[in-house]
Design a protein around this ligand. Structure first.
Ligand code: ATP
Ligand code: MG
Length: 578
């Protein structure tokens, strides 16, 4: 492509509201433009990257025997009512009605549509297993669209759905997709980790992993063990091994002792006031779980993990109770709540029942109690792992390593659905004995446009984007220093023609611009190989420069051409061995 004709322009500055590096660079380099909050146009450069990503995804899906189809974005509301999600999905679902007042949703995902299709197409076990996929625009009215492509309201997703006769079959389909995902992310040049994830209330038969691109801007926190292979999303991560001693910092006493603690409400205030570490305090939180009031106890220095608690309680809605509900339940204002004498079910984190001599709220304004003993002073409904894992604690799985935290961007998700949707939409098949059975399903998503942003978050420097070769908008950038110079122009043009004939996507900066401008733009756009045609063009010599800083050499045009072919060939070969 000729840069003189390139549709988009580059900018020196990004709009102030663009916080994420990827958002700033993609705007500045002319890859994307915002049309509305979370709604973006892909300009030619951006579209090219997207197509390369799509190409990799498509190849690996096909390799895994998934069949591509294309489902509509516009989905009848009836289907969503059948699955029960028309209301459950909430305001994130974009809704519209046609001229006959028929209601529709713009698909945020396609479980309903694909299950409805499967119930028509699949009747016998002989057709199973089968996996289908599409690469398609999704709509989600996100509460906080942000970071450009990272969290859009209209975005490109690859979504796949598997259908099996039973759970063993699902296991295999799941593993095949998992393996395909590892190849996809490796080929795209992304540093991605698969982590155990929270299955939410949808649950299914368990088993869900997220693929997380490590990056500081990421909204997800992942926990990994420094010793064993354990890695999980923080929402899901098992709490580490407790150092029970740490919970005994309060003094044991034959009876809880009342303490006057005027206006001391927070854990921090209380720890300071009594001069004890927060780990000796007992934190009592009042929740509303599907309308029922419950109390949850964790150590003062811990945080409740609501995802785990919700899964344990098997409730659809879990929310911290407001001040009124707390006062009604405990007779005390927030800050003075404790487990003794409470009339509601108490769920205690494991650490609480393992410890003793706690300091807790007295359920009376301005008072706490010291020397509280679980099982003597209060009884718990159940004990479990209800807290967030903490950085640096000992791994629950191997007991050897310690937990490390990393920030990341969820780029893919594999999920065992089981029969949730086939049950609700009545999608069945006949088994070998002629019995009707529910289709067993899995679903597998990749945020293709989010991947583009994640790739930039992992590959940039102060001058601009540094595209991995496999997804770069162009692989070679030919930059004649002066288009006025006949020798330079002719050599640059002839190289450009040769690359095109060899099927190599090249960009030529044929603009009548100053060299400095051209180099700045070239750095910003981030094409992996640059060939600068300058003063030595007369002798057939050019400068070849790798955008990632790993190489820089003066070579003949002939050598440059051969080297580019060689690099590209090597990269393509490398994929075969992944
Ligand atoms: P998140 O927790 O980030 O909202 P999700 O759990 O809602 O993600 P899924 O429903 O599993 O995401 O969708 C599959 C994939 O689609 C995700 O792994 C992610 O890469 C991508 N994705 C989800 N929401 C968005 C969005 N608003 N913008 C861009 N990509 C998205
Ligand atoms: Mg979401």
């Amino acid at each position: 492509m000729r840069q003189s004709r390139l549709f988009a322009q580059t900018y020196r500055e990004a709009p102030a509201e663009a916080e994420a590096v990827s958002h700033r660079l993609l705007l500045r380099a002319g890859f994307i433009r915002q049309l509305a909050a979370g709604v973006y146009a892909f300009l030619p450069l951006g579209r090219r990257v997207l197509r390369k990503l799509e190409g990799i995804v498509r190849e690996e899906m096909d390799r895994a025997d998934a069949q591509e189809l294309l489902m509509p974005a516009m989905q009848p509301a009836e289907l969503w009512r059948e699955s029960g999600r028309y209301s459950a999905y909430g305001p994130e679902l974009m809704r519209l009605s046609d001229r006959h007042d028929r209601e529709f949703a713009l698909g945020p995902t396609h479980e309903e549509v694909v299950t409805a299709l499967a119930r028509e197409e699949i009747h016998s076990y002989r057709k199973l297993p089968v996996t289908v996929y599409q690469i398609q625009t999704k709509f989600r009215d996100e509460r906080r669209p942000r970071f450009g492509l990272m969290r859009g309201r209209e975005f490109l997703m690859k979504d796949a759905y598997s259908f099996d006769i039973d759970l063993e079959g699902l296991d295999q389909s799941y593993r095949a997709m998992y393996a395909a995902y590892e190849r996809i992310f490796a080929r795209s040049g992304l540093n991605v980790r698969a982590v155990e994830a929270d299955a939410g209330t949808i649950g299914g038969e368990g088993g869900t992993h997220e693929f997380v691109a490590l990056a500081d801007i990421g909204e997800d926190t992942i926990v990994s063990c420094s010793h064993c292979g354990y890695a999980a999303n923080l929402e899901k991560a098992d709490a580490g091994v407790s150092e029970v001693a740490g919970t005994k910092t309060g003094q044991s006493a034959p009876m809880p002792e009342r303490l006057y603690t005027p206006n001391v409400r927070t854990i921090e205030e209380l720890a300071n006031f009594l001069d004890v570490p927060p780990s000796g305090l007992l934190k009592t939180l009042i929740y509303e779980a599907d309308g029922e009031i419950v109390a949850v106890l964790v150590r003062g220095d811990r945080e409740v993990n609501e995802a785990k608690l919700q899964a344990f309680l098997r409730v659809a809605e879990l929310a911290i109770a407001d001040a009124d509900a707390v006062a009604r339940t405990t007779g005390a204002p927030i800050g003075f709540v404790g487990p003794i004498g409470l009339n509601v079910p108490i769920f205690a984190d494991r650490e609480i029942v393992e410890g003793d001599g706690w300091i807790a709220g007295a359920n009376e304004r301005d008072y706490h109690v010291r020397g509280v003993k679980p099982g003597r002073d209060f009884f718990v409904e159940a004990t479990g792992d209800f807290r967030k894992a903490a950085e640096g604690e000992r791994c629950m799985r191997c007991g050897e390593g310690t937990y490390r935290f990393h920030k990341g961007i969820e780029v893919g998700h594999v999920f065992k659905l089981g029969t949730k949707y086939s049950e609700r939409l009545n999608a069945t098949y006949l088994d070998g004995e002629g019995r009707k059975r529910l289709l067993v399903m899995g679903c597998y998503g990749i945020g293709v446009s989010r991947m583009l942003a994640a790739a930039v978050e992992q590959n940039y420097d102060e001058a601009g984007i540094v595209w991995p070769m496999s997804i770069a908008p162009f692989r070679v950038h030919i930059v004649p220093v002066s288009m006025q110079d006949d020798a330079q122009r002719e050599l640059a043009e002839s190289l450009y023609e040769r690359f095109l004939s060899a099927g190599i996507d090249a960009l030529i900066d044929d603009r009548d611009e100053r060299a400095g401008v051209k180099f700045k733009d070239s750095d910003l756009i981030g094409v992996p190989i640059r060939i600068v045609v300058g003063k030595q063009a007369g002798q057939g010599v050019v400068e070849m420069k790798l955008r990632d800083g790993s190489g820089n050499a003066e070579v003949t045009a002939e050598e440059a051409y051969a080297a580019v072919l060689d690099r590209i060939w090597k990269q393509e070969r490398a994929n075969e061995f992944l």
